[in-house]
Design a protein around this ligand. Structure first.
Ligand SMILES: [Zn+2]
Length: 228
């Protein structure tokens, strides 16, 4: 959109903060400065999210287990994730990725990874939604950490039927074989940061991590926006 048109549209429909609905001022995107500053950061878990670490199998050799925000039902994290996943706001993922990237950079993680990889959505689901929310998160991280992100090193093969109403074992079996690393030579020797939006059972993330580890990456870390 041309600047003049955008200014006119903004005049008629000023963009509002997604969280508190205050009118945004110049330089603010999707969230006002106040809401951005009061996001429930998981300070204590920034370096290692134990809940997430436990969700991933104990034998999986994961280097860093990172998460950005605390998740509370009806809290601002959940609200943001709803915009990101269900209300066609892919840019929110990028904004969150940049914020998290800044924090990781401060803590010295800038040198810890060679590449960021989002957990792939099934192609059919991605077509319906129009984007992969984890990929948007990866883009924001990649920008700030100044490391590339890629979406073709690990692919998703088939739709897993719905996860609810299945036993833990069934869920695990259901997703265990859906990821594939088509060209192992790309993955070999790399330090990968695998990222997901919100982790619930951890089964999908674990299956994707396993595929990359079997593909021969040197080190695998995981990062999530939040752990439910
Ligand atoms: Zn706000």
């Amino acid at each position: 959109m041309q600047d003049v048109v955008r200014q006119f549209v903004n005049l008629l429909f000023p963009p509002l903060c997604l969280l508190c609905e205050r009118t945004l001022v110049q330089g603010e995107k999707f969230m006002c400065t106040h809401c951005l500053a009061s996001l429930p950061h998981s300070h204590l878990h920034e370096q290692r999210n134990e809940v997430l670490a436990q969700k991933l199998s104990a034998v999986l050799p994961v280097r860093f287990v990172l998460s950005y925000l605390l998740y509370q039902k009806s809290g601002s994290t959940q609200k943001l994730l709803q915009f990101l996943k269900y209300k066609n706001y892919p840019e929110v993922g990028r904004v969150i990725g940049r914020q998290f990237g800044g924090r990781l950079q401060e803590k010295g993680y800038g040198e810890a990874f060679d590449v960021v990889i989002p957990v792939p959505l099934h192609p059919k689901k991605q077509r319906q939604r129009g984007y992969n929310q984890s990929e948007e998160f990866a883009k924001g991280l990649s920008e700030v950490l100044e490391i590339p992100y890629t979406t073709d090193w690990v692919i998703r093969k088939e739709a897993s039927s719905t996860q609810t109403r299945k036993s833990r074992l069934d869920r695990w079996l259901n997703v265990a074989t859906i990821f594939d690393v088509p060209e192992q030579e790309k993955v070999k020797g790399k330090r990968i940061l695998l990222v997901d939006d919100v982790v619930t059972t951890g089964a999908t993330l674990e299956a994707c991590a396993t595929a990359l580890l079997e593909g021969g990456c040197k080190e695998l870390s995981v990062g999530a926006i939040a752990v439910a």
